[in-house]
Design a protein around this ligand. Sequence first.
Ligand SMILES: [Zn+2]
Length: 84
Amino acid sequence: MPELELALLRRSLGDIAGMTEHCDACHRALLIGERVYEYENGQLRCALCRDHERQPPAHSRTVHTAAHGHSIRRLDRRPVRRAA
Ligand SMILES: [Zn+2]
């Protein structure tokens, strides 16, 4: 059933696109691991568009997946022993 497959694919891509952050200037989807700059008004800028802003960003951070902080949590906080 290719129509069902296409419908499921479109829906999943729409879900992914809805979770992805975008640069508010060029509207490009920000890549995981990319540096993003946040401004006082809540706008986001990618590294390329940041150079066109007059004001400095409030802060910057790395783009994570939507599952960041929810997928894997380290429960054991003991130091890792390494073989000598
Ligand atoms: Zn941009």
